[in-house]
Ligand binder design. Structure first.
Ligand code: ZN
Length: 303
């Protein structure tokens, strides 16, 4: 584990940087591929399906190896939210995720956060993505920017070009007091208190700040767990829906708030300053359809 963890960190940091990539209002069409070739990476096949399979919604598989049928789009504008990076077409999810976001956005506003900027959710049929994430595959994950929505509708260009705010301080040991506000605590707490939310991933520096500043009932801190990256957005994960027997639940979190000593690992030198390995690891072959639940092949290959 000690050898593996820093490598893992590098991979995840790269993935997280990609998640902040800008988009384009005129994205270049992807070159054609052969979905029948068993070696074709699953992300290339899922990345070319722009519409959901129009059936009863069901999430299949695990957050990092699965897909979704019957996904629904979050409308790109709500009173209290706006979807970012529209060119990516990743504002899809299980109706349970959509319902959560539509319920959470006005509550966050009432708690002092001026509306959500919604980042990546899932692709139209879920599955692995060509850029940016290991999870987000079953339509139950959503990234929320740690930048409040401005008081106006963003243009298409702004939704592609605008950058989220970096919340973590340069030394990575705490949040940046110039940008961190009580409203940041409020928006994360509001999401965590929703009964459908099972887990929230944030940078360890953000978790540390929440541990320090949360007042009153602190039981929601248990759902908020540190992860690599997540320094300009937080990641909300809802649990497996009742209508999805093929959805694989994640293990429960450890008991307790996860504050104090439990965060030490994340501030260790190995995590904060990972050293490149002496021998570069062999790149892992990309997931193919054979690595996903069999139903995902039918779902992604259906017209
Ligand atoms: Zn995410």
């Amino acid at each position: 584990m000690r050898l593996v963890a820093p490598l893992f960190a590098l991979v995840l940091l790269a993935a997280d940087a990609a998640a902040q990539d800008k988009g384009s209002v005129n994205p270049v069409a992807l070159p054609p591929i052969n979905p029948a070739d068993p070696k074709t990476p699953a992300k290339e096949i899922f990345g070319r399906k722009n519409t959901p399979l129009p059936v009863q919604a069901r999430s299949i598989g695990f957050y990092t190896a699965g897909c979704i049928a019957g996904a629904v789009a979050l409308p790109i504008n709500g009173k209290t939210w706006q979807v970012m990076r529209l060119s990516r077409n990743r504002n899809w999810g299980h109706p349970k995720l959509i319902a959560f976001l539509e319920r959470f956005a006005p509550k966050a506003k009432a708690a002092g956060w001026n509306g959500l900027l919604v980042g990546d959710m899932a692709q139209a049929r879920g599955g692995p993505m060509r850029t940016g994430h290991m999870s987000h595959q079953v339509g139950l994950d959503a990234d929320i920017w740690l930048t409040p929505m401005p008081h106006r509708e963003l243009t298409r260009e702004e939704r592609e070009d605008m950058s989220a705010t970096m919340i973590v301080r340069d030394d990575r040991l705490d949040v940046d007091p110039k940008v961190w506000t009580p409203a940041h605590v409020a928006v994360i707490r509001t999401a965590a208190q929703d009964p459908d939310v099972e887990r929230i991933f944030v940078n360890a520096a953000i978790k540390k700040a929440l541990c320090r500043e949360a007042t009153g009932d602190r039981s929601w801190l248990q759902k908020v767990r540190p992860w690599w990256g997540h320094d300009y957005h937080f990641h909300v994960r809802v649990g497996c829906p009742k209508d999805s027997p093929e959805c694989k639940a994640q293990p429960e979190t450890h008991a307790g708030e996860g504050c104090g000593k439990e965060l030490d690992y994340w501030f260790s030198d190995a995590v904060l300053h990972p050293k490149p390995p002496a021998v570069p690891p062999k790149p892992k072959p990309p997931m193919t359809l054979a690595n996903l639940p069999p139903a995902c092949r039918q779902i992604v290959l259906a017209p």
